[in-house]
Write a protein that binds this ligand. Structure first.
Ligand code: XMP
Length: 525
C-alpha cells in the first residue's frame, strides 16, 4: 500500500489517482492522523502531500510524533512533495526559510547529481516542472543531499538514500510536469520496489468477498436506484455477492426525462437482471408540487416524498419477508469520504464528511439500516471501469449526471403548469439526440434543456404565435464544482433550434445559456 498523508493540497487526490493508474493500490488519509491509524494500514511507502500552509505558522499540520522513527525502523520509504518536503526537512532538524523568490507555475530544474529519484544517467539534464511554494529548504537535515535545483538556485529535489527519505519541491503528479509520471514510476518501482497489484478485477472480487462476509445468510439489503451510474454499479456489485436478497426500488416521480423510466428499467432488468420494483409515484409528487414556485421548497418537497416512498417500500418488504431489511446500499464515492486537511480559514472542518445523497434524501428514521458503500474507495472513472467489468452497458456508464430533483429544477416556476414537463421532455430529447448524433456527447459534462416560465411572440406558418421559450445548456467540467459553457458550432445550434421549433408544439423560441459556473450554477434552480 502507498499511503498519502493529505496536508490540503488541491492535487492530493491526483497523487492517489496517478499511483492507482500505475496499478498500485493507494489510499489517502488526513495528514494529522494518529500514529496508530497510519501503522494500522501497514504501508510500505508514505507520501506527504503538498498544502497551502507554511511550517512556520503556529498549528500548521504535521505527522504524529514517532512517525519518522516508525518509518525508519520498518523500512518504510518516505516522499515529501512541496509542503511535505518542507515538513520532512523541519522535523528532521533542517531549516525552512521564506524563499528569496517565490516560485509559482512552470519552472525549469537542473539535475546536479547522480540520484535515486532521477537515475544516474540524468546528471546535467533539465526538465520543466510545476512549482507552487513560498518557503524553501535552506539547511538540509543530516544525511540529505540536494540532487536538483531550480534556475533560481532553490532546492528542487533532496534525498537521503540510506534512510530512504526523499523530497520533491515541485508537483510530479500534475500534467504541467511532463516528466512527473516518469519520476513517480522510478520512485515506486525502482526505489520502493512496489508490486503492481491494483486491478479492477481484483477490486471487484475483494468487494464481493467483503459483502458476502458482511451480510449474514438470512439478512436482506435494500437499494434506491436513481438511474445514475453510481447507484447502478453499486447495486450490480451487491447483487453479484448476495443475489436476490438485494431489493431495489426505482421511483417514477413524474420528473424524469423522455422515456427514462422505460430505458432504465430495461437496463436494470434485461441487461443487469437486478431485482427491482418500479414505484409509480407521479401523482403523489406532482400533487405535492402543484403551485409551488420556490426552488428550495420544490427540493424539500421532493426529498421528503422520496423518504416516504422509500419508507413504504421497506415496510412492505418487511411484511413480505417477515423481518426488517438490515442494510442499505449507497453509491458513495471516494472523493466524498476522503478526510482532508483544509486550508486555514476555508471554513471546512477536519471531520469525516459523507455527502448525503439527494436522491434518497436521507434514511427513514426508525429503520436503523446499516450502510453498504462498496464504491467508497473508488474515483468516478474507476467506478466506470468496474461497471464495465460488471457488464453495465457502456452507453449507460457514460451518461451525463442528472439531479435528484429531476426536471423540477429545469422547469422554472410551477412544474405542474400546463404542458411544461411534456414540452421540456421533447425539447431535451431532441437536444441530447442531436448532441449524440454529432458525436459530442462524451466531451460534454452535462447537457439539457430548460423550460422558461415566459411566452414570446413568433410567427409560424403565417400565423402569429404566443408560445414558450426554452433554453439549451451544455457545460464542460471536471467535477461539477466549476464549469465552462460549451461552444457549439453555429450550424449545430441552427439545426437544433429548427428541429425544436418544428417538432415541439408550443415552442417558438430557443436560446442558449452562455454563462459559466461561477457565477451561474449548472442547473437553473
Ligand atoms: P449545480 O447546479 O449546483 O450542480 O452547479 C452541480 C452538479 O450537481 C448536480 N445537482 C444535483 N444532483 N441532486 C443531485 O443528485 C441534486 O439536488 C442536485 N442539484 C444539482 C447538477 O446536475 C450538476 O451535475
Amino acid at each position: 500500500l502507498v499511503l498519502i498523508l493529505d496536508y490540503g493540497s488541491q492535487y492530493t487526490h491526483l497523487i492517489t489517482r496517478r499511483i492507482r493508474s500505475l496499478s498500485v493500490f493507494s489510499l489517502c488519509i488526513s495528514g494529522t492522523s494518529s500514529l496508530s491509524a497510519i501503522t494500522a494500514l501497514n504501508p510500505s511507502v508514505v507520501i506527504l502531500s503538498g498544502g497551502p500552509h507554511s511550517v512556520h505558522t503556529p498549528d500548521s499540520p504535521s505527522f504524529p510524533d514517532g512517525f519518522l522513527d516508525w518509518a525508519q525502523s520498518n523500512g518504510v520509504v518516505l516522499l515529501g512533495i512541496c509542503y511535505g518536503l518542507q515538513l520532512l526537512v523541519q522535523r528532521l532538524g533542517g531549516e525552512v526559510r521564506v524563499g528569496h523568490t517565490q516560485e509559482y507555475g512552470r519552472m525549469e530544474i537542473h539535475v546536479d547529481k547522480p540520484s535515486d529519484l532521477f537515475g544516474n544517467d540524468r546528471v546535467g539534464s533539465k526538465q520543466v516542472v510545476w512549482m507552487s511554494h513560498g518557503d524553501e529548504a535552506a539547511v538540509l537535515p543530516p544525511g540529505f543531499q540536494v540532487v536538483a535545483r531550480s534556475q533560481q538556485g532553490a532546492v528542487a529535489a533532496i534525498e537521503n538514500p540510506s534512510r530512504k527519505f526523499y523530497g520533491l519541491q515541485y508537483h510530479p503528479e500534475v500534467t504541467h510536469t511532463p516528466e512527473g509520471m516518469e519520476t513517480l514510476k522510478r520512485f515506486l518501482f525502482d526505489v520502493c520496489k512496489v508490486a503492481t497489484e491494483w486491478k479492477m478485477e481484483d477490486v471487484m472480487e475483494e468487494e464481493i468477498k467483503v459483502i458476502k462476509e458482511t451480510v449474514g445468510p438470512d439478512e436482506h439489503v435494500i437499494c434506491a436506484l436513481s438511474g445514475g451510474v453510481d447507484s447502478t454499479v453499486a447495486a450490480t456489485l451487491v447483487h453479484k455477492a448476495i443475489g436476490d436478497r438485494l431489493h431495489c426500488v426505482f421511483v417514477d416521480n413524474g420528473l424524469l426525462r423522455y422515456k427514462e423510466r422505460e430505458r432504465v428499467m430495461g437496463t436494470f432488468k434485461k441487461d443487469l437482471h437486478l431485482p427491482v420494483v418500479c414505484v409509480d409515484a407521479v401523482d403523489q409528487f406532482l400533487s405535492k408540487l402543484k403551485g409551488v414556485t420556490d426552488p428550495e421548497m420544490k427540493r424539500k418537497i421532493i426529498g421528503k416524498e422520496f423518504i416516504c416512498i422509500f419508507d413504504a417500500f421497506a415496510h412492505e418488504l418487511e411484511q413480505k419477508l417477515g423481518k426488517k431489511p438490515s442494510y442499505l446500499v449507497q453509491g458513495t464515492l471516494y472523493p466524498d469520504v476522503i478526510e482532508s486537511c483544509p486550508p486555514p480559514g476555508s471554513g471546512r472542518t477536519h471531520s469525516h464528511t459523507i455527502k448525503s445523497h439527494h436522491n434518497v434524501g436521507g434514511l427513514p428514521k426508525d429503520m436503523k439500516l446499516k450502510l453498504i458503500e462498496p464504491l467508497k474507495l473508488l474515483f468516478k472513472d474507476e467506478v466506470r471501469q468496474l461497471g464495465k467489468i460488471l457488464n453495465v452497458p457502456e452507453g449507460f456508464l457514460k451518461r451525463h449526471p442528472f439531479p435528484g430533483p429531476g426536471l423540477a429544477v429545469r422547469v422554472l416556476g410551477d412544474v405542474t403548469e400546463g404542458d411544461a414537463l411534456e414540452i421540456l421532455r421533447q425539447v431535451d430529447e431532441i437536444f441530447i439526440q442531436s448532441i449524440k448524433d454529432a458525436g459530442l456527447y462524451d466531451e460534454i459534462w452535462q447537457a439539457f434543456a430548460v423550460f422558461l416560465p415566459i411566452r414570446s411572440v413568433g410567427v409560424q406558418g403565417d400565423q402569429r404565435t404566443h408560445s414558450h421559450v426554452v433554453a439549451l445548456r451544455a457545460v464542460t467540467s471536471q467535477d461539477g464544482m466549476t464549469a465552462d459553457w460549451y461552444y457549439f458550432e453555429h450550424k449545430f445550434l441552427d439545426d437544433v433550434a429548427r428541429k425544436i421549433c418544428n417538432g415541439v408544439r408550443g415552442v417558438n423560441r430557443v436560446v442558449q445559456d452562455i454563462t459559466s459556473k461561477p457565477p451561474s450554477t449548472i442547473e437553473w434552480e
